[in-house]
Design a binder for this molecule. Structure first.
Ligand SMILES: NC(=O)c1ccc[n+]([C@@H]2O[C@H](COP(=O)([O-])OP(=O)(O)OC[C@H]3O[C@@H](n4cnc5c(N)ncnc54)[C@H](OP(=O)(O)O)[C@@H]3O)[C@@H](O)[C@H]2O)c1
Length: 257
């Protein structure tokens, strides 16, 4: 797709991959709108990228999505691309009885229900555009479980499945459906894992390079984009899934099980 002169909404654009996406897409001559929960982080992003537009919005809250839709489409009726990027990843022991029943599914609400609801809300608007696109950010951990973060993996596998169905259902429309299968990257999301036994920070990809690969993939209409180690994970998950699971199971040792 042509990545100039679009109007693009990125959920979770205040740090990490979302922020790098925003930076690169602004450079390419697009109008870029970002969201996040934390107004301070939104203001900091605006200070660093003055051309950006910001909206405080929590993707796990259906009412916030409905309000965001009204605000964004009234100010930016030309909106033609949605990047579902906002996400969270926690380490969770399933033995921990202090996690209550609503908290245990938080990553499902942000990483899976968030994109599903965003698409449901914005789809009729995107259909009115000559060309439009939806990009869902999944993960190499959609391809193989990561037992230290069991709910995160479930959310990303679910998002990958949903994205494939969405692509089929939209095949006769003006909307292209992309999936960015992101490998581990040096972003704040991984800070809490840095000290985990068996976690090798050296394998984390530079987010600038990751987003460069993603942007090149979008420009070439690659519907599934596998930067860096994500491509290796894709192959390994097909030919040696048990070996790959035994490797991801080592991270964290037995500290939380
Ligand atoms: N980094 C990796 O290794 C990696 C690998 C594969 C896939 N991914 C995926 O890439 C995406 C971006 O992750 P990242 O590494 O860039 O993480 P990050 O640096 O922690 O950034 C996450 C962004 O999402 C926002 N966010 C979180 N929860 C939100 C919510 N409920 N509503 C709205 N915004 C929310 C955060 O802002 P607020 O906290 O202010 O809301 C922040 O802007 C995620 O979907 C993640 O799962 C990351």
């Amino acid at each position: 797709m042509d990545l100039t002169n679009n109007t693009i909404l990125i959920t979770g654009g205040t740090s990490g991959l979302g922020y790098e996406f925003a930076t690169r897409l602004l450079d390419l001559g697009n109008t870029v709108i970002i969201t996040g929960r934390d107004q301070v982080k939104l203001d900091q992003a605006k200070a660093r990228l003055p051309k950006i537009h910001t909206f405080q919005s929590d993707v796990s809250d259906p009412k916030a999505i409905a309000l965001l839709y009204q605000q964004v489409t009234s100010r930016f009726p030309e909106l033609n691309m949605l990047i579902n990027n906002a996400g969270e990843m926690r380490k969770i022991s399933l033995h921990n009885t202090s996690i209550d029943l609503s908290d245990i599914t938080r990553e499902i609400e942000i990483n899976l229900m968030g994109p599903i609801r965003m698409v449901q809300q914005f789809l009729p608007h995107l259909k009115t555009k000559k060309t439009a696109a939806i990009l869902n950010v999944t993960s190499g951990l959609a391809l193989i479980p990561f037992p230290l973060s069991p709910i995160y993996g479930a959310s990303k596998s679910g998002l990958r499945s949903y994205t494939q169905s969405l692509r089929v259902q939209l095949k006769n429309t003006n909307i292209k459906v992309f999936e960015l299968v992101a490998p581990g990257a040096k972003t704040p999301l991984n800070d809490k894992f840095a000290t985990e036994k068996g976690f090798d920070e050296k394998i984390l990809m530079d987010p600038v390079k990751l987003i460069e690969t993603a942007v090149n993939g979008l420009m070439k209409d690659k519907l599934e984009i596998y930067p860096g180690l994500a491509r290796v994970m894709k192959i390994m998950s097909r030919i040696a899934p048990k070996l790959l699971l035994s490797q991801t199971s080592k991270v964290g040792g037995t500290s939380i099980y």
